[in-house]
Design a binder for this molecule. Structure first.
Ligand SMILES: [Zn+2]
Ligand SMILES: [Zn+2]
Length: 367
């Protein structure tokens, strides 16, 4: 079938991308779902820093690639072997498929699915197939999702069904920002009620960590970010304190749980520095492969601290996403507050400029 989607043609093309247009919004071909796959009509997709990292070349991926990995939509058709999802079911897509059969999947959650991770690197679905083509050339899938499009074919192991009362923009954010930022607090740090939390880097994922920390009963929540606008927004969303990275380090600020959601080596150092003795530093930001940090091994040992890397929320999306939806439904997790603007698919290059400049927390494409 013919769909409309946002195809990245080159990683690392210099910006501003509104002018250089590395992403073509175009008509392309989508094959029917294969065995274990389904066709989804997208309703909303969030523009995340991990999309930007492919555009700016921080994370090089095979191109052409149809971007977008944080999305929500409805099942249109199921391929052979998919019996538990009906037409019309709303689903949240998530960005590393879980085959449920490999050693990593059987180990229970914290480690990423081995074939799922390999498929993401190759730009295919979990089966190894590519269902997208453009002018006769195969187009790669982004994280098994490729949600910046009117429709997507995805593996059953890339979706979680969600109730109809969850709006599409909220559903989309549950699939990456909330899953990642929330999982850092809930699953990786295992926050105890009353513990103090600091979040270093408050874009969409970091701000989701703030909201989940508050929802789970954190004692205080401090946001640390170099941008004054982001610090102000953190306070609006319920953080108790906002500091620049320099202020945080120089003032001796320290908390039991620290989440780094910035994806650069300096932010990671700051996060380690502001972790209290006995505390946990959780890193979820995706730094470039060349990035290196400098930390004190002695401080780590003598203060008996823990550093934890977390991806996909260190848990099971099929369990976590409905739990976050329940918190949203109870009024405890105002995910809609993370949406900084609604845009059209045609605005995608401009949206990358906005995200890169730190002017947007979560821009959501509506279809
Ligand atoms: Zn993301
Ligand atoms: Zn697996």
């Amino acid at each position: 079938m013919k769909i409309r989607g946002a195809v990245l043609q080159e990683c690392g093309r210099p910006g501003p991308w509104q002018q250089t247009q590395p992403i073509a919004v175009t008509e392309l071909d989508l094959d029917e779902p294969g065995s274990g796959e389904l066709l989804v009509q997208l309703e909303a997709a969030g523009v995340c820093h991990s999309d930007l990292s492919v555009v700016d070349g921080n994370r090089v991926r095979p191109v052409p690639m149809l971007l977008g990995h944080e999305a929500c939509g409805r099942v249109v058709r199921t391929g052979p072997g998919v019996t538990d999802l009906a037409e019309g079911q709303r689903v949240v897509l998530y960005f590393v498929p879980r085959c449920e059969e490999c050693d990593a999947c059987r180990a229970g959650g914290r480690v990423l699915c081995t074939p799922g991770w390999e498929a993401n690197g190759a730009g295919t679905l979990l089966s190894g197939a590519r269902r997208l083509s453009w002018n006769g050339e195969q187009v790669h899938h982004h994280c098994g999702v490729s949600g910046f499009a009117t429709h997507a074919v995805v593996d059953r192991h890339s979706v979680v069904p969600i109730a109809d009362d969850v709006p599409p923009d909220v559903g989309a954010l549950l699939g990456c920002a909330v899953l990642t930022g929330g999982g850092a607090v809930k699953n990786a740090a295992r926050l105890e009620p009353g513990e103090d939390v600091t979040v270093v880097g408050v874009g969409g994922v970091g701000m989701a960590a703030v909201l989940v920390a508050i929802a789970l009963g954190a004692g205080s929540v401090t946001v640390v970010d170099p941008l004054p606008d982001k610090r102000a927004r953190g306070l609006e969303l319920g953080a108790t304190r906002a500091l620049s990275p320099e202020e945080a380090v120089e003032s001796g600020h320290r908390t039991a749980v620290v989440v780094e959601a910035s994806g650069n080596a300096r932010a990671f150092e700051t996060a380690v520095e502001v972790t209290a003795p006995g505390g946990r530093t959780v890193s979820v930001g995706l730094a470039s492969p060349e990035a290196r940090s400098s930390i004190s091994p002695l401080a780590l040992v003598s203060e008996t601290r823990t550093i934890i890397g977390s991806f996909l929320g260190s848990g099971l999306p099929a369990q976590d996403i409905p739990q976050y939806a329940d918190l949203w439904r109870a009024g405890k997790l105002p995910v809609d507050q993370l949406v900084s603007g609604t845009i059209d698919l045609d605005d995608i290059n401009h949206a990358m400029d906005e995200l890169s400049a730190g002017r947007a927390m979560r821009q959501v494409i509506r279809f």
